[in-house]
Design a protein around this ligand. Structure first.
Ligand SMILES: [Zn+2]
Ligand SMILES: [Zn+2]
Ligand SMILES: [Zn+2]
Ligand SMILES: [Zn+2]
Length: 306
């Protein structure tokens, strides 16, 4: 199996219906107090791509508006009247947008915040209620959702192994270890402490040499992930230990891998751990997840012994 170089692409499609529904509701509510907000909001929708427009807003000489991204694609023709587009900013509409306040687009998922038009986008990119990307590592998966939804998706669509308990024991065997592998990876989901953890094991090229890496991601936000620790051990009479906090799944598996935040075993060490005959590579990664009483007092003890 191949590790795709692309990360999960965030897509809002799954929630679009909810959000539209919600926006409609809110627009109704708003319309009783501020009837113009609704109309202005419609004006701020790009007629070409229907996304909300942010400065600089453009218009043709007849006043048809469009967003910067669409303007760049239109070869200087207004998409509405086909006249020459020129380079006219629509400052009046930009100013009007400044006076708008809108709810976060994840309000249906629990976010109570209301923001001025121009800071809304910034908030939404960081909102704690925004859906998560699917944590599956092997292929590009654009599914987004909350944790229960993603768990169902991992189990049913990706056929990921789900296990209960806070210990793991994973064996990796490769019969021809000298063959340069492009990438091997696997994912198991562990459920413990009422939370879910993604155990990743990957073989990949680091520079010229293959390495093996085991790491954990917490199915939730980074801040909550810090309440947990885990320890990975690669063995066969020898031990290589890694101890740390799992990362949240807001960080892609590729991001965690590239920051080397986990147990990394060089191939030479891996072969040594396998018995030294270099005919077969046998790694056993065992580990445990625990809950920290006091996360700030945690110590990390990387440990290599034989
Ligand atoms: Zn547009
Ligand atoms: Zn026009
Ligand atoms: Zn929000
Ligand atoms: Zn997926």
């Amino acid at each position: 199996m191949e590790v795709s170089s692309k990360e999960c692409v965030s897509s809002d499609e799954y929630y679009e219906e909810d959000i539209n529904h919600l926006n409609n509701n809110q627009n109704h509510q708003l319309s009783s107090s501020k009837p113009h907000d609704n109309v202005v909001h419609e004006l701020l929708e790009c007629p070409v791509c229907t996304n909300s427009m942010y400065p600089p807003l453009h218009q043709c000489t007849y006043g048809h508006t469009l967003c910067s991204a669409c303007k760049a694609r239109m070869h200087n023709r207004c998409p509405t009247c086909r006249e020459e587009l020129g380079d006219i900013r629509c400052l009046a509409l930009e100013k009007v947008a400044e006076s708008l306040e809108l709810p976060c687009k994840y309000s249906s998922l629990g976010c109570p915040e209301i923001f001025p038009y121009y800071s809304k986008l910034m908030h939404e990119s960081q909102c704690n209620f925004r859906p998560y990307n699917c944590p599956y590592a092997g292929t590009e998966c654009s599914v987004v959702g909350d944790i229960p939804f993603l768990l169902t998706q991992l189990r049913d669509d990706h056929k990921v192994d789900m296990q209960n308990g806070c210990t793991f024991n994973h064996r990796y065997v490769k019969s021809n270890p000298c063959e340069v592998e492009n990438a091997t990876w696997m994912l198991i989901v562990f459920c413990c402490f009422g939370q879910y953890f993604c155990y990743h094991f990957e073989a990949f090229q680091l520079g010229m040499a293959p390495v093996y890496m085991a790491f954990l991601r917490f199915m939730g936000d980074e801040i909550e992930a810090r309440n947990y620790s885990y320890r990975d051990i690669g063995g066969n009479g020898r031990k290589l230990t890694w101890e740390g906090s799992p990362r949240g799944i807001r960080d892609s598996h590729r991001m965690v891998r590239d920051s080397h935040d986990g147990l990394i075993i060089q191939r030479n060490i891996a072969l040594f751990f396998s018995g030294g005959e270099r005919k077969e590579l046998k790694l056993q990664v065992t580990g445990r997840i625990w809950k920290e009483q006091n996360p700030d007092a945690r110590v990390c003890i990387p440990n290599l012994s034989s």
